[in-house]
Design a protein around this ligand. Structure first.
Ligand SMILES: [Zn+2]
Length: 104
């Protein structure tokens, strides 16, 4: 069994594999792992052919302003805000979509 400390990610020592964290025989040998962060937001999306692309907020034109990499997408906190920019940017094209990102 490969038990790892949930705080620092290092293997648990012999005889302590039943525990979730270091502590019995000493503190964590390494600094804590960064916690992953879930971000929820609304993006402006449109299809180019069969590719779903996301507005990056940096350009208004469709060739540079839309990319397939959703990590580069501008994320709006509210659907309302995404919809306002969508109508200004694309009129009746495209859509506002809600996504969740898990960031390291
Ligand atoms: Zn630890």
């Amino acid at each position: 069994m490969d038990a790892k400390c949930e705080l620092c990610g290092e293997p648990m020592p012999e005889g302590e594999q039943m525990f979730k964290y270091h502590g019995l025989s000493g503190p964590c040998p390494k600094p804590p792992l960064p916690k992953s962060v879930e971000e929820v937001g609304w993006c402006i999306v449109r299809y180019f052919g069969s590719d779903l692309t996301y507005w990056n907020g940096r350009f208004l034109d469709s060739s540079r302003g839309f990319e397939t990499d959703n990590l580069k997408a501008i994320r709006f906190a509210r659907q309302e805000d995404a919809s306002i920019v969508l109508s200004w940017l694309l009129g009746n094209e495209g859509a506002a979509q809600e996504h969740m990102w898990v960031c390291p």
